[in-house]
Design a protein around this ligand. Structure first.
Ligand code: ADP
Ligand code: MG
Length: 780
């Protein structure tokens, strides 16, 4: 069965060399009970370990069924231990955190025996060693003799051909020893048993053959044998531990030290907790900013004005960074445009561009409002007296402010957007609810916009001729139905002998002219509860169609014709100095239908991007002068805040990351401790045929469990921590549920935690796998 040929094994420690095996030659039969006797330190254990493949010889050869093991690889030895050898040790070497049954099954899990067969074989073996009734007990509840029986059951469960026993009764009393010896004797009937012992009596009473050892040499053999002439077959079945076994081993091990495991998991989850909170906060703020941005979008539409200001802060800063080093040897000055002037761009809005705008995809923006400089000649009868009224506080000299400005400064007048596509809803009906009256249906229908408390701009009312003081209440019916006459230029302006024009003094005649259009306040509207749109400022709002009709009416009026020819303002007589001023004056008189500003409303960021892309396309291939520049205030604001948030998030995550690395090191230390603690277990696993990689798997599995555990714990605590944080933020900012951890982030964090801890524990795992099995088993 086995043949040792001139085996040598020397140990070198410092300068001394111990000849543990010094030219040992010995053969064993297939079935016999051999006792190895000899004083302590004579090399008995060393020989047993070499026979069992736990230790490697220096020279000579070990033949297993006539097959040399000189060229055995690690995996061959692993398979040999697992298939052919059973070990019994003096100190039992059971794995305390596993059940009795699991201990016995362990070797078979490595050789891939099915779970039912494994359990059956384990139960049979336990019955055979007389422990059938104790299967349910824990290892720690067993006596020494019982533990040794479990060890024997483990050794014979898979029916190995060789049983190696190293002083199996060394720790037992004499009565128990006899029982164990009987058991081993019985087992030796169908296999080779090699037993190392101190006990001469037991050896003589039970074994078939006694080999005496001293100083690594054989002194005496009572029944020598020659194995070399026999024909024998030797096959090895490779072993492999499943991940499941590795996980189970590690899990039961961790279970025995719950307190420490939990504490470690918690400590190492702190990194995850802090990252979870940081991500939750930044995610929350981002959502909040997104919502605010949505609101801002409607407050600050894309604006195209006749005069655009390029508000690129960056470029003006870089301009300042001019090269100063050259200024020493120069003798000239440079004429330069003022920066704010340089940043001003005259947009040549023309009918082409207006056409282009009408082709914006209605899905991206269905609402565009046009502000025109057109003045309106409005007359109203108040208490029997005709008086001049107006919608806005617009000054009468022809200058105009954009609607955006009026919305912000409370001028009390707005133009509601035109629908590009009527089928896609109605701006007023979708965003404003009726307080009283009805929605406008004609161009001459105007509405009064109030805020959520029914307040409106006092100037809007005063301009319409209402005599109101601050906080005064007006009945709905005082306002609804208010009739205003819109007089055309020819009926409103009189030419003076000087050639200049002035508004008619006879308001009553003008008021009663049959050519007048009749403008009517038809409804009072307020913003919908859930509408984010506050495009219309409290005050009067009218349709752009009204302005267009006025322009149509007045395009060929006397005053417009006169103004077109004159270089002076025909109303004031003042000279007009620039083309721009002339255009504006004409526009005020209705002689020009180009809007002063255009506001394009979008619902969300994506639509806005599309519209901006569309607007940019217009400028492609155009000279700088002909380009139309728009202003996107919301974009500027949100890109600023977005960048800021990103910066803050990165810094915080970096800090939290440091604690994550700390956690990783902690897990490394813990695994290292675990490796030290489980040295014996590593030895046992190796004795049972576990490969190096199996050992690595066991410890990787442990760090996997720890990493996963601390990840889940960290994310869980992170989620919980967000509740008080949100409560606090609500107190401070009045924003509800700001912090909000994205589930995707949570899962990624758990994965990161698992991966990092496995990384931290992998080095100790590798160390564990390299541990020498015989040394591992010798350690106490
Ligand atoms: P026995 O089992 O007969 O008591 P061992 O085989 O354990 O003896 O040891 C034989 C000799 O080899 C002893 O002198 C022991 O100190 C030495 N020895 C065993 N293992 C090692 C080792 N790993 N390193 C150094 N010396 C060792
Ligand atoms: Mg020994």
């Amino acid at each position: 069965m086995l043949e040792l040929r001139h085996l040598k094994k020397y140990f070198h420690v410092g300068n001394t060399t111990t000849k543990a095996l010094d030219d040992v030659s010995l053969s064993f039969r297939d079935k016999e009970f051999v006792s190895i006797l000899g004083p302590s330190g004579s090399g008995k254990t060393t020989m047993l370990n070499i026979i069992g493949g736990l230790d490697k010889y220096d020279s000579g050869d070990l033949l297993i069924k006539n097959k040399s093991t000189k060229n055995f690889k690690d995996t061959d030895w692993d398979a040999y231990r697992n298939n052919s050898v059973g070990f019994i040790f003096q100190s039992y070497n059971l794995i305390g955190h596993l059940s009795i049954l699991d201990n016995v099954e362990l070797g078979m899990t490595l050789s891939g025996v099915s779970s039912e067969e494994r359990t059956q074989k384990a139960k049979d073996a336990l019955t055979r060693v007389g422990l059938g009734e104790h299967i349910g007990k824990k290892i720690a509840q067993l006596s020494g003799g019982q533990m040794q029986r479990v060890a024997i059951a483990r050794a014979i469960a898979n029916d190995p051909e060789i049983l190696l026993a190293d002083e199996p009764t060394g720790a037992l009393d004499s009565q128990t020893s006899v029982q164990i010896m009987n058991l081993i004797k019985e087992i030796s009937k169908d296999r080779l048993v090699i037993m190392v012992t101190h006990d001469e009596e037991l050896a003589k009473d039970y074994s078939d053959r006694i080999v005496r050892f001293a100083d690594g040499k054989i002194q005496d053999d009572t029944n020598p044998y020659d194995d070399s002439n026999r024909n024998q077959q030797f096959n090895l079945k490779r072993t492999k531990m499943s991940w499941w076994t590795a996980l189970k081993l590690s899990f039961t091990n961790l279970k025995t030290k719950k307190g420490r495991t939990l504490l470690t998991a918690f400590a190492s989850s702190i990194g995850i907790i802090s990252i979870a909170i940081v991500l939750g906060l930044s995610n929350g703020f981002r959502i909040q900013i997104g919502q605010t941005q949505g609101e801002t979008l409607s407050k600050f539409p894309i604006t195209i004005s006749q005069v655009a200001t390029q508000t690129s802060v960056g470029s003006s800063i870089t301009k300042d960074k001019s090269d100063t080093s050259k200024s020493e040897n120069i003798n000239y000055v440079i004429a330069q445009q003022d920066q704010s002037e340089a940043a001003t761009h005259a947009n040549k809005i023309d009918s082409n561009y207006l056409d282009y705008l009408t082709k914006i995809n209605p899905n991206d923006s269905n609402n565009i409002s046009y502000n025109r400089a057109t003045g309106m000649n409005l007359l109203r009868e108040v208490n029997g007296k005709i008086q001049s009224v107006k919608f806005s506080t617009q000054s009468d000299n022809g200058s105009n402010m954009s609607q955006q400005m009026s919305a912000m400064t409370g001028m009390g007048v707005s133009v509601f957007p035109e629908q590009l596509d009527q089928s896609k809803g109605n701006f007023l009906k979708d965003n404003y609810q009726l307080v009283n009256g009805e929605y406008p249906s004609n161009p001459t229908d105007v509405v009064l916009i109030v805020d959520k408390d029914n307040k409106t701009n006092i100037n809007a009312l005063k301009n319409l001729g209402f005599d109101v003081s601050n906080d005064q209440k007006l009945d709905y019916n005082q306002i609804i139905g208010t009739n205003i006459k819109l007089v055309n230029n020819n009926n409103y302006y009189q030419q003076l002998p000087t050639g200049n024009f002035m508004p008619t003094q006879d308001l009553t005649t003008a008021y009663n002219n049959s050519q007048n259009r009749e403008v009517k306040v038809v409804g009072i509207l307020k913003s919908n509860e859930n509408s984010r749109t506050t495009a219309l400022a409290p005050g009067i709002a009218y349709s752009d169609k009204l302005a267009q009709e006025i322009i149509q009416d007045n395009a060929n009026s006397e005053i417009v014709k006169a103004q077109k020819e004159s270089d002076n303002n025909v109303l004031t007589g003042q000279p007009i100095t620039s083309d721009m001023a002339k255009t504006q004056t004409l526009a005020f008189l209705g002689g020009n239908d180009i809007p002063t500003s255009i506001l394009i409303y979008t619902d969300n960021f994506k639509n806005k991007e599309n519209v901006l892309t569309y607007l940019n396309r217009y400028n492609e291939g155009k000279s700088d002068e002909d380009k139309i520049i728009y202003t996107d205030m919301a974009g500027t604001v949100s890109s600023l805040t977005g960048g800021l948030m990103d910066g803050i998030t990165y810094v915080l995550v970096a800090f939290a990351g440091i604690s994550l690395v700390t956690s990783m090191i902690m897990i490394g230390i813990l695994t290292y401790t675990s490796v030290i603690e489980r040295t014996k277990e590593i030895g046992v696993l190796k004795a049972l045929g576990a490969r190096k990689s199996d050992i690595t798997h066991v410890f990787d599995a442990e760090t996997f469990i720890l990493g996963l555990g601390s990840g889940v714990l960290g994310v869980g605590i992170g989620y919980l921590a967000l509740f008080p944080i949100n409560a606090l933020l609500y107190q401070i900012t009045n924003m509800e549920n700001v912090a909000n951890l994205n589930p995707v982030h949570a899962i990624i964090l758990i994965i990161i935690s698992t991966a990092l801890t496995m990384l931290g524990g992998h080095i100790p795992s590798k160390m564990a796998s390299k541990k020498d099995a015989s040394t591992a088993l010798r350690s106490e």
